[in-house]
Structure formats: structure tokens, C-alpha cells
Design a protein. Structure first.
Length: 135
């Protein structure tokens, strides 16, 4: 099973994760079946992956449409709107298109079996918290 881990973090966080990955590269684990997509903020995540796009990904993964038009039918949406969402999902590398659908149509294929969200949303800024004590 191929999993995409979706996270939110800063460049420093991405750099730290990359260094840790390299440091432990020889240790056996399941990273070969995992990829990471990181957004800079929660707002970026929500803009890029609203519920309609997640629904579309799920419909393609389970319904195996042979064209963009069939994908639109699966989610009962307009073809041009679905086409725009598919292009955005392709830019994010969540899906790809394969030639050979009916009449030369491009077939959308989801690249992952599972999406794993790792989202931390602090409700209080630690520095402004009354419990925060400076050393």
C-alpha cells in the first residue's frame, strides 16, 4: 500500500525531516511506500485540498473512471470544474493521467492508496500563554 503523508510546517521543519531521513536511511522501515506533501500553512492545505477534491480523489480511486468525463459523472459535477480540480491534483502529484481512454481520452489515476494527515493546530500561541515562562 502506498501512503502519502500530508503535513504542515516551515522550511526548517522540512529540512530537519530531510536530514533525519538521510541519517536513518540504512535503517529498515516502511518509508519506501511513503511520500510526503508539506504545506506552509493550514490555509494552504485547505485551499489545495478542499473536500470536493478529496471526494474526487476517492471517487477515482474506487470507481476507476476511464476519462475525465467519467470522473465528473462519478461525483455528479460539471466536467470543466472537475477538469480544473484534476489539474490542481496533478500539480500536487496526487494523480497522473494515462493516455488510452475511450476515444483518446486521458484517464485519471490516483497515485496513492492512502492519505495520512499530520496536522497540528495550536489553539494558543505558546509565547503569549499565561503559563509561558522565559528562562
Amino acid at each position: 500500500m502506498t501512503t502519502l503523508r500530508i503535513t504542515i510546517g516551515s522550511r526548517e521543519s522540512v529540512r530537519g525531516d530531510a536530514l533525519e531521513f538521510v541519517r536513518t536511511a540504512d535503517e529498515p522501515d516502511d518509508r519506501a511506500d511513503r511520500a510526503v506533501l508539506q504545506f506552509g500553512s493550514y490555509a494552504d492545505l485547505v485551499d489545495a485540498l478542499p473536500p470536493r477534491r478529496l471526494d474526487l480523489l476517492r471517487a477515482i480511486a474506487t470507481g476507476h473512471p476511464r476519462s475525465i468525463r467519467e470522473a465528473a459523472r462519478l461525483v455528479e459535477r460539471d466536467v470543466s470544474d472537475v477538469h480544473g480540480d484534476l489539474k490542481q491534483l496533478e500539480v500536487l502529484d496526487l494523480l497522473e493521467f494515462e493516455a488510452g481512454g475511450p476515444g483518446g481520452a486521458m484517464r485519471p489515476l490516483v497515485r496513492f492508496d492512502r492519505l495520512e494527515f499530520d496536522v497540528e493546530v495550536p489553539l494558543v500561541d505558546e509565547e503569549s500563554s499565561p503559563d509561558h515562562v522565559e528562562a
